[in-house]
Design a protein around this ligand. Structure first.
Ligand code: MLT
Ligand code: MN
Ligand code: ZN
Length: 297
């Protein structure tokens, strides 16, 4: 887990909500976290990133397995590919930092590739170096030798910077995807953004060995009540953890080896180690992801 926080990170640069304040003053109670990204490997040598956060350089620097390897020449990276789950800033801005002419492959849906193509700054990723590959929904792609993943649509929404006057929330298409990893008979899902749990999605996830799921907010209106925003979680395309319509309840009936919240917003009280919300989530069987968390089969 390179980064377990949602957009803004923890602490967020301009935020004085309770969680951000504790992250600055009492790091034992709230561990700072960088924005949402996962590194995956089969052999510990060759790596793929799922999403690429603005802090990617810090994330790579603090993980020796992701450094250029000795004996591989003056330029090397163990990162061979990057897969995007949406076009949000927290998931794509780091791509700009991987531009110094090491070859790697960029995978996304045709829609997300289109978004990047319309932002000419991403042309710093030279096409003779960084090859871009379309991945169709419900198809699988080999991110690394021996690591095939399948992508599928989840209810979501378009990226914030693409929103027009009317925003469709919960649309299932190429804008927001989940990722299924299968390896040696085990299944892991990574779904950092999800607006609702549809019956079809529940059926898909049931029986998985691990689920890494959207943990943006505890309560749908928590940014409003904390006085730091005007939007509900629903409006941002994220289902809350708690409540009758929350992910803890919605996923309670599923058989899952591990359930882990990722993409956690800095207003979310589960980030406070000794909070009642943390206790409630853990009692329901959930783990709260942190930077540097390792998940092994
Ligand atoms: C989100 O997950 O809702 C976005 O990352 C929000 C943002 O763009 O900061
Ligand atoms: Mn996000
Ligand atoms: Zn905050």
């Amino acid at each position: 887990m390179l980064g377990a926080a949602a957009g803004g990170g923890l602490p967020q640069w301009n935020c004085r909500c309770e969680v951000c304040r504790l992250a600055r003053t009492e790091p034992d109670r709230v561990t700072p976290r960088t924005q949402s990204s996962l590194a995956v490997s089969v052999d510990g040598q060759r790596w793929a990133l799922i999403n690429c956060a603005p802090e990617v350089l810090t994330q790579l620097h603090r993980e020796p397995a992701l450094h250029p390897r000795e004996g591989s020449g003056d330029r090397h990276t163990p990162i061979e590919s990057v897969l995007l789950t949406n076009g949000d800033v927290d998931h794509v801005a780091g791509l700009l930092s991987l531009r110094e002419r090491s070859p790697w492959r960029l995978y996304a849906t045709p829609e997300i590739h289109g978004v990047l193509r319309h932002n000419p700054i991403f042309n710093v990723l030279a096409p003779d170096c960084v090859e871009r590959f379309d991945v169709a929904l419900d198809s699988s792609v080999e991110l690394l030798p021996g690591l095939a993943v399948r992508i599928f649509a989840v209810p979501g929404k378009t990226a914030l910077y693409l929103e027009g006057d009317e925003v469709e929330i919960g649309a299932e298409g190429e804008a927001t995807i989940g990722v299924e990893f299968s390896h040696q008979g085990q299944r892991l899902y990574y779904i950092p953004g999800c607006a609702t749990l549809t019956p079809a999605l529940a059926t898909r996830l049931d029986g998985a060995d691990a689920l890494l799921f959207d943990g943006t907010l505890w309560r749908d209106d928590e940014m409003i009540t904390a006085g730091v925003g005007r939007k509900t979680g629903q409006r941002m395309g994220h289902m809350p953890m708690s409540g009758a319509a929350g992910s803890i309840a919605a996923l309670a009936g599923l058989t899952l080896g591990r359930r882990i919240f990722v993409h956690i917003n800095n207003t979310n009280p589960v980030l406070i180690e000794d909070s009642p919300e943390r206790r409630e989530a853990e009692q329901a069987g959930w783990e709260i992801a942190f930077d540097g968390m390792e998940i092994e089969p």
